[in-house]
Design a protein. Structure first.
Length: 64
């Protein structure tokens, strides 16, 4: 299953890397695509979406 989250705090590729690493720490097999321009994170995973959201928030980012 894939879903897209709006993360308005994404400012640069460093942010994208931090978010990707945080998601992979929770769900190593997740496919993650962070688009800095649109400030979105697309995740394809069988993990619970709430655990992915928590990983992003725990990394210091907010989700709209």
């Amino acid at each position: 299953m894939a879903w897209t989250l709006k993360v308005p705090d994404i400012a640069c590729e460093g942010c994208a890397q931090t978010i990707t690493e945080s998601i992979h720490a929770t769900e190593p097999n997740a496919k993650v695509n962070v688009d800095v321009k649109t400030k979105t994170v697309t995740v394809e995973s069988t993990a619970n979406p709430e655990s992915i959201k928590k990983a992003i928030v725990d990394a210091g980012y907010t989700i709209d």
